[in-house]
Design a protein around this ligand. Structure first.
Ligand code: ZN
Length: 305
């Protein structure tokens, strides 16, 4: 039935002037496959959406593996992706500073689902702003999955049961992950649970797993702040020595030269790069959210022990 209607459609458009407007104004979704077309702004959120959606949606992720969403410059294809999307998932909290302009330019009318909505937030450096790195706590990811499930079911009620089953199965895996990270981090003496990272990404991790943030090389919760001054570096180096931190950490989305320089200056060990704001590339331990969180916890505990 559907196939016949489709093949007749261009002919109707050409021959019936009255129908022309209707053809041009056709809704952008569902896609040619009949599936809902969904955009997620960055790789970690994309993975959570994919786990809930399974193969019921066509998912496009804008900022991919190892990509830095803070400094991302949208491509022309992104405008088109938003224009064709039936649903858009974003982190919110200023993480995708480029999204409002992109959305306006695309002419999209798709619903924007803010994954951070409903979470208890950590304040950022600037007054009235909040730390956007919510996914570094597994209980937050749990809540994000529920938000994603509700939005997908709302946009595509015919497959609500599939989204519910997928979400429930994934929530079980998240619960196991959370228990694993709690056990890992609890094995580290409390006085060693101190983090120094390249940019300030681990506030939610610290809160969930009992760590203290000593400082970060780039001096903020974005990678866009630029290099710290010599005085700021000296101050941070002092704080690192005073705290007796055994290792500090680079990250996968940014060159981390500043944190490397800090390690040299303080003589403190440079820990392995952590997955901060993006999944790792396929074949790396951080290619999924589950793998990313597991890897970070093991790397942190291993380096600080
Ligand atoms: Zn960040």
């Amino acid at each position: 039935m559907l196939k016949n209607t489709r093949s007749l459609f261009p002919w109707l458009c050409l021959t019936a002037g009255l129908l022309l407007a209707a053809c041009q104004g056709a809704a952008p979704t569902p896609a040619a496959s009949g599936r809902l077309t969904v955009v997620a702004t960055f790789s970690i959120l994309g993975d959570l959406v994919q786990r809930v959606a399974g193969d019921q949606v066509e998912l496009l992720v804008l900022v991919g593996a190892d990509g830095d969403a803070h400094s991302y410059e949208p491509a022309p294809t992104d405008t088109r992706a938003l224009a064709e999307a039936g649903l858009i998932f974003e982190n919110g909290l200023g993480f995708e500073s480029w999204l409002d302009d992109l959305y306006a330019a695309s002419g999209s009318t798709a619903r924007r689902v803010v994954a951070s909505e409903g979470l208890a937030l950590v304040a950022a450096d600037a007054p009235g702003e909040f730390d956007p790195h919510i996914w570094q706590s597994v209980p937050n990811a749990r809540q994000m999955v529920k938000t994603i499930q509700a939005a997908l079911a709302d946009a595509d009620p015919a497959h609500a049961g599939v989204y519910q089953a997928n979400a429930e199965a994934y929530l079980k895996q998240l619960d196991e992950l959370h228990a694993y990270i709690l056990a890992q981090t609890a094995s580290l003496p409390a006085e060693r649970r101190k983090l120094v990272t390249n940019h300030d990404t681990f506030a939610y991790f610290a809160q969930a797993y009992g760590f203290t943030i000593v400082g970060d090389a780039l001096g903020g919760s974005t990678t866009e702040g630029g290099e710290p001054s010599a005085a700021q570096m000296a101050q941070l180096a002092d704080a690192i020595r005073a705290a007796g931190v055994p290792a500090i950490f680079a990250e996968n989305v940014e060159g981390s030269q500043t944190v490397q320089r800090l390690a040299q200056e303080t003589g403190v060990k440079l820990g392995p790069p952590l997955y901060t704001d993006a999944l790792g590339r396929p074949g790396t331990p951080g290619e999924t959210y589950l793998g990313l969180m597991r890897y970070n916890a093991e790397a942190i505990v291993g380096a600080l022990r």
